[in-house]
Design a binder for this molecule. Structure first.
Ligand code: 2AM
Length: 188
């Protein structure tokens, strides 16, 4: 299985992003766009793991989300890796409030404790919208136009999910294996 932990994108940010995606899809660009159902912010990518590792990963997630309440998120910009002028991966950026950075750091360190090496690059919270097809180029003006449509769409992320990613002809399909609510416990 190919596992990663992520925040599913909540409403209303989700609708803002699907609106952008609808318009980008209509532009018939050489891009493999993601499915609306799987929109997420990756916090920790575990990669290909044997089935029997799932349990310890789930336990490290439970520990990492302990004492984390709902996290406010907002959309910042439409961007691309490596740059908007030469896009290969198109994404929407998210605000990183301290609670989000803390949670990502806990997941990173929890992963390290069970044998998953840390990313080794700064956390850049983003929701991937699409990946350019090999050997193609994207007219910069299209992204510029959509970039102007991004609004903050302040939202509250209320769960962390462990996903299994399965490749398929229409792009990867993500299955939720575990959903952990972000709720503060008062009984302490
Ligand atoms: P991305 O959005 O930047 O592509 C499922 O593949 C999720 O895991 C994606 O959100 C992807 O991030 C993330 N991910 C992080 N590191 C990855 C890697 N080395 N290979 C594939 N996906 C990775």
């Amino acid at each position: 299985m190919r596992l990663f932990a992520a925040l599913p994108i909540p409403s209303p940010a989700r609708e803002t992003i699907t609106g952008v995606l609808d318009r980008l899809r209509d532009a018939h660009l050489p891009v493999r766009w993601v499915r609306d159902e799987g929109l997420h912010l990756t916090l920790k990518f575990y990669g290909e793991v044997p089935d029997e590792r799932r349990e310890v990963i789930e336990e490290s997630l439970r520990i990492a989300v302990r004492d984390t309440g709902p996290i406010p998120i907002g959309l910042t910009e439409l961007g691309a890796f490596p740059s908007r002028r030469r896009p290969r991966v198109v994404w929407v950026g998210l605000d990183a409030p301290p609670a989000l950075e803390l949670l990502q750091d806990r997941l990173e360190r929890g992963g390290e404790a069970i044998g998953f090496p840390p990313e080794g690059r700064p956390f850049q919270p983003h929701v991937t919208l699409g990946r350019l097809r090999e050997g193609h180029h994207l007219p910069a003006a299209i992204l510029e136009r959509e970039a102007a449509m991004i609004e903050p769409a302040a939202s509250l992320a209320e769960e962390v999910v462990l996903y299994d990613s399965a490749p398929g002809p229409g792009g990867a399909t993500y299955t939720q294996l575990l959903a952990l609510p972000l709720t503060l416990s008062l009984s302490r």
